[in-house]
Design a protein around this ligand. Sequence first.
Ligand SMILES: [Ca+2]
Ligand SMILES: [Ca+2]
Length: 219
Amino acid sequence: MKRQIFIFFSLFLISTAWGDTWIDLYETDGVTPYNGHPIMVGQSLVVIVASDEGEYGAGAIVLEGNDSNLGELICRYPEDCEDSALPAAGEEWFLYPEVQLGVGYNFCTGDEPIAGNWFVFDYTATDVGDPNIALYMALPPGPDPTLVYRTEYITQVPTRDFDEDGGVNLGDLAIIAEHWLSSSCSAPDWCEQADLNQDTYVNVLDLAAFTEFWLELTG
Ligand SMILES: [Ca+2]
Ligand SMILES: [Ca+2]
């Protein structure tokens, strides 16, 4: 019973001493919340580390394990990341590369952060798959922290911008038309990528997958 009381009391202390810290994802405009829809290889998202805590915090945000090569998580102004720290992170924040947990960054707020958006990063999909962006925090900072883990999965599909002009448009539709009803598409070209589901045919299934991203921008 004593142990149960201690655990409860410990949790109570943590929950009152520390709020929460999490990842918010936005479209490339940095304003529109990302709703979890698949993105094409070449498309980007804005990644925010946000907190409702007003005390010093330290953690890491990374692409994990085998998925770490499916995208790029980049701080702003990569030389010193100076534009990745937002005002709520306080003065004398710190960002530096993390390589053990995954590919990304360790972060520390200043001594007096405030609740809000602490850090911003840009994420770009570089390959097909379902990578996850993970946030690790030790709360509260100190010798006996509780480890906090948050993760956001992203579904990444092949680009529909076949001609690589920066958007899914008539030029790409023309490439589908050029290969329309072809039955011999094969790796690695897949009929200039027009065989989107890579079943060797270019048909209505590929056209449907193509139009899902009509007029979207890439890179
Ligand atoms: Ca295009
Ligand atoms: Ca196909």
